[in-house]
Design a protein around this ligand. Structure first.
Ligand SMILES: CC(C)(COP(=O)(O)OP(=O)(O)OC[C@H]1O[C@@H](n2cnc3c(N)ncnc32)[C@H](O)[C@@H]1OP(=O)(O)O)[C@@H](O)C(=O)NCCC(=O)NCCS
Length: 315
């Protein structure tokens, strides 16, 4: 069978989304894979954020799978990678991986990174063949909110600023300040693309805690159905803070954002090597729902140290 890999086009989106659902639904053994994660948006929004980072594979002319990559400055985040179960074990994922790793987003990344289900021996082995090596567990944690959450913000603290409320010029300054914060965590790490994509596609909100023009903490949040959060949830796609106090305040602000939008649950993933951040989530009542595992290519140094006050899960 001939496998061809090519850029994902707008007309591929419906098929690629369907394959995403059926592939994960089948892998997770759900009763109706076609309807799996219908409230989530992983393919369309990532394609819209950067169409150049999305590929499909065709098997004898039929779309059989897709792979996406996101550029976070010096970090290239690969995923999701999904293949139609009818074509599993035909080498489609292998071909997609070869091609996506050759795109500038992944090839030029200082840190090519991904995560996969920690218990999935087969995908870990697949990625290992492409020189991705397992690092830490990434617990994906959730917290059901009650009336007290978000209501405990200290009066003297500056309220989080909503990125969407800033002027065009202020947004440029804010993105630069966020990049300065993340650059201090890992050289070149820059979430500007995600911040802009969330706003452009109305996926949620980016919260900023500022001191003057500098950003002390920020969280890129997806909110509700049609985003990566899903129905009733607020998902912290990426969060970072300079200090533990700022980190704690950021979590409170995210909970308040969720409450203000009528969302009853906050979801966040954190590399378990970041003990302070992980511990802070646990102390606030978050509990792990699933465990992913971080994988970085060529076993490159990552930003997993105890003191990295960062939330992300590379999904
Ligand atoms: C994981 C996934 C992408 C793999 O897709 P795939 O197209 O079946 O993968 P490939 O065929 O390229 O390779 C996978 C296996 O098939 C084997 N294989 C490759 N070509 C083959 C061929 N022509 N004949 C027989 N086996 C073959 C590979 O050696 C590999 O075997 P191993 O894992 O036992 O060592 C797919 O199962 C999937 O979509 N799963 C659900 C979503 C998911 O978990 N995605 C990854 C995390 S984001």
């Amino acid at each position: 069978m001939a496998i061809d890999v090519r850029p994902m086009l707008e007309q591929d989106l419906a098929t690629a989304e369907q394959i995403f659902r059926v592939a994960f639904g089948t892998a997770h053994g759900v009763a109706d894979p076609v309807r799996y994660m219908l409230d989530r948006n992983y393919i369309r929004s990532r394609w819209a954020a950067d169409p150049g980072g999305a590929l499909v594979a065709e098997l004898d002319g039929e779309v059989a799978g897709s792979a996406l990559a996101a550029k976070w400055g010096s970090v290239g985040v690969l995923g999701p990678l999904t293949v139609d179960p009818r074509f599993w074990n035909s080498g489609v994922a292998g071909r997609l991986l070869e091609s996506i790793l050759d795109l500038p987003t992944m090839r030029e990344a200082r840190l090519p990174a991904l995560s996969t289900a920690a218990g999935n021996v087969r995908t870990v082995r697949l990625y290992q063949r492409f020189d991705f090596w397992p690092g830490y567990l990434i617990p994906i944690l959730g917290k059901m909110l009650d009336a007290a959450d978000g209501a405990s913000l200290p009066a003297e603290s500056p309220a989080a600023i909503h990125y969407s409320a800033l002027s065009v010029a202020e947004k440029v300054t804010a993105r630069k300040a966020c990049a300065a914060l993340t650059d201090a965590v890992y050289t070149g790490l820059d979430l500007s693309g995600e911040i802009q994509s969330v706003e452009r596609q109305a996926l949620g909100e980016t919260l900023l805690l500022r001191s003057g023009e500098s950003v002390d903490a920020f969280a890129i949040c997806h909110c509700g159905a049609g985003s990566e959060a899903g129905e009733g949830a607020c998902y912290i796609k990426f969060g970072a803070a300079r200090t533990p106090e700022g980190f704690e305040l950021l979590l409170k602000e995210v909970e308040a954002l969720a409450q203000s939008r009528g969302l009853g649950r906050v979801i966040a993933g954190v590399n378990a090597g970041r003990r302070t951040a992980y511990g802070c989530l646990l102390a606030r009542g978050f509990t792990a729902a699933i465990h992913s595992v971080s994988m970085s290519r060529f076993a490159r140094q990552s930003y997993d140290g105890t003191d990295a006050l960062v939330l992300d899960d590379w999904r």
